[in-house]
Design a protein around this ligand. Structure first.
Ligand SMILES: Nc1ncnc2c1ncn2[C@@H]1O[C@H](COP(=O)(O)OP(=O)(O)OP(=O)(O)O)[C@@H](O)[C@H]1O
Ligand SMILES: [Mg+2]
Length: 312
């Protein structure tokens, strides 16, 4: 559905997006994560044909951005991070207005405005003026607006940012419905755990560069493979015992680094097979190391986000 190759954007001399490569399959719910200034909005605006790329290529279902923009626009529904609303319109008029911009006929518009207001939980606000809606409600209306021309790809830039916990949960429900409708969705957020719960796959961007792209499972596997092993020796067992343990660890080819985090706590970085931990435990016990606690802490996604986007 979406193929991005070497997509690059400069603002003056500043490189905001650096040769991004990314593929999103039909019907996929794809999360786009990164800290402030990572380049998420820049990417999304390019895909929505609102910002030209400096170089590279993006293609949506056969429509090349920059070359077939008219076709691309009919395929894409874009929800910006900030949106202006026309204050003197009622909710239904607002959707009707945008649908007319896309050339949707009156009969379809009448049916569709009701359906979309229902989808985003705003049926009871049908006759309310847009400026009387709360921020979260305006966001939901804006999501409905992105759907008026029945696009195949939805590009949602932080759609849940101003929402309360209930509205965020409802947003997840709406996304599930969109997926059931066969839509492909690219959704950005700063919150990796939240996105990973609902997305099939993820891209992590930092300073305009791709850090990771793949399935949520692949990300967890990758990060858990990198998780350190903590070995606590019996407190007060003596320096010689600690030395013993460190010597045994140094002889293991799968051990890449050993640090003494605190007295009697050794933190070991590993590479290689899943059975590396079993080998290490065996070696420690054969060397007579008094192991008190031995565990590998899986990374939670918040830690993953901090780790992959962390800088010195
Ligand atoms: N119009 C512009 N002129 C100059 N620099 C810009 C412009 N728009 C964005 N940038 C810069 O490009 C970088 C990427 O910005 P972008 O808005 O794409 O990030 P983002 O990932 O959406 O961040 P956020 O999470 O804060 O929304 C930032 O360093 C930003 O300052
Ligand atoms: Mg942004």
């Amino acid at each position: 559905m979406l193929t991005i190759e070497g997509l690059t954007r400069y603002y003056g001399k500043f490189l905001a997006l650096d040769h991004l490569n990314l593929t999103i399959g039909d019907g996929e719910l794809h999360g786009f994560v990164g800290p402030n200034g990572a380049g998420k909005t820049t990417t999304m605006r390019i895909l929505a044909t609102l910002l030209p790329a400096s170089s590279g290529r993006a293609e949506i279902d056969g429509a090349v951005i920059g070359r077939n923009n008219r076709k691309a626009r009919s395929l894409v529904g874009y929800m910006p991070d900030f949106f202006g609303a026309y204050d003197n319109l009622k909710s239904w008029e607002y959707l009707d207005f945008y649908a007319r911009c896309y050339g949707v006929g009156k009969k379809d518009r009448d049916r569709m405005t009701g359906q979309l207001l229902d989808l985003v939980g705003l049926s009871d606000k049908r006759e309310a003026y847009v400026n009387s809606l709360s921020r979260g409600m305006k966001q939901r209306l804006c999501l409905a607006r992105a759907l008026v021309h029945d696009p195949r790809l939805l590009i949602l830039d932080e759609p849940a940012s101003g929402m309360d916990p209930r509205a965020r949960a409802e947003m997840k429900g709406i996304l599930r419905t969109l997926k059931e409708m066969g839509k492909t969705v690219l959704i950005s957020s700063h919150i990796l755990p939240e996105l990973s719960e609902m997305c099939d796959s993820l891209t992590i961007l930092d300073h305009g560069k791709l850090v990771f792209t793949g399935t949520v499972e692949a990300l967890s596997r990758k990060m858990n493979g990198d998780a350190p092993l903590d070995i606590r020796l019996v407190p007060g067992c003596g320096e010689a015992q600690v030395e013993n343990a460190v010597t045994a660890l140094r002889q293991m080819p799968c051990v890449t680094a050993i640090t003494e985090e605190e007295p009697y706590l050794l933190r070991v970085r590993l590479q290689g097979e899943e059975d590396a931990c079993a080998d290490i435990l065996r070696a420690l016990l054969s060397a007579g190391a008094p192991v008190h606690d031995f565990h590998r802490a899986p990374m939670n996604l918040e830690k993953v986000f901090m780790e992959v986007t962390g800088h010195d």
